[in-house]
Design a binder for this molecule. Sequence first.
Ligand SMILES: *Cc1c(COP(=O)(O)O)cnc(C)c1O
Length: 483
Amino acid sequence: MKYYDKLIFELSQNGRCGYSLPECGWDETATDISACLRRESDTRLPEVSEPDVVRHYTNLSNMNFGVDTGFYPLGSCTMKYNPKINEEVASMPGFACLHPLQPESTAQGALQLYHDLSKALSAITGMAEFSLNPFAGAHGELTGLMIMRQYHLQRGDVGRTRVIVPDSAHGTNPASAAVCGLEVVVVKSKPDGTIDTEELASLLDETIAGIMMTNPNTLGLFETEILKIAEMVHGCGGLLYYDGANFNPLLGKVRPGDMGFDILHLNLHKTFSTPHGGGGPGSGPVGVASRLAEYLPYPRVERDDDGCYHIVGSDKSAGRVSGFMGNFTVLMKAYAYILSLGKQNIKKAGALATLNANYIKESLKDCYKLPVDKLCKHEFVFDGLADKSTGVTTLDIAKRLLDYGFHAPTIYFPLLFHQSIMIEPTETESKETLDAFVSVMRKIAEEAKTEPEVLRDAPHNTPVRRLDETTAAKHPILTYFEL
Ligand SMILES: *Cc1c(COP(=O)(O)O)cnc(C)c1O
């Protein structure tokens, strides 16, 4: 252990101090705080010098891993590089210092950005109108399902209480449906990973509010029968919801609106380059076809004939889903990202994401098991090593990758296979980075044969070794002193 790996409390020396403040001149007994609420002794804070504090936090930050430190092929998460200009734009004082309650006449620039970003997202997705209020993908799903329910209720069609979700769906889909008070009906995937339309037909009746789909789905496969599925679901009176959290591969290529989808959400903090992974801040805008626009949440922004922007709502709105108007700085980053790429380069982003995923898949499919060997979109799934005889698991592979300086892919999701490894490289990675990753993955497959014990003990070079994940999650030790 290096000296500065010590906890800051262990560096503490009685009486050492890292600041100088003037004497506090007031009488400590003459306060309004009642005696029972006052401290009787000083808090136990580490007593350290300024360099100790700086080294402590700098060293801690170096233990972290992020897109700015290395390759991060986490499937279903789109860990693309986030251009730094977005941060500069998001911190422009004219926007950053706005108050959410200030009169709309004094916030016209912000309202214009809101309006123009909605229009750009409409152009990209083929949806007529957007709400930028939801704070995350799952929040967008809930909002979209509230709109779906509101649509049926307003037509007096009160018996539509069930929503169809494929077995390959992201876990948030059934969770959002349940939170919205809808019953989840699962439709199975065929062996090729796409929806079984025969089974779907058997599920469709007047109790179905709609279907939630991801396309390309969680295996990175495009649902080629989508037009037929749309016809079937609309034919029974239901709506189609599109989970556009991972919109990357479709950027500038195809639009869910043209495939027959009625409602969708996007994750701006995946596809539109806001850093994420630490739990926020995010943004999950919801787009709808024109006949559903009046059900969008309140408030929204409209432009009048004089070019002024106004905050508006509708009587039929599904309600309010956020305190004010959403995560404005995330909206600014998405806007900066879309404008800095422009129409032509946005198209390239999707194509490159798809090319990069297929490049890794083809380079590794002789040593890792590829359950569905088809052209993928932005991501794909291996089912562990091709050679299962060594007993080396997906967890071992993921941990060993850390030793080689790469973040692990998503593992044990989707649940369709026992040893899922879900890889999503994104378009921002160079061929050299992809080659380095491929060569490490091949090396690990080789190690599985020659020295499997090294994999079972991995990682070896990280600040902490393999954790007991259950204990770490259930009984985390978060304080230095026992309280
Ligand atoms: C990430 C993701 C979500 C959820 O998004 P959050 O912002 O984490 O709530 C939903 N669906 C899919 C397919 C995703 O990848």
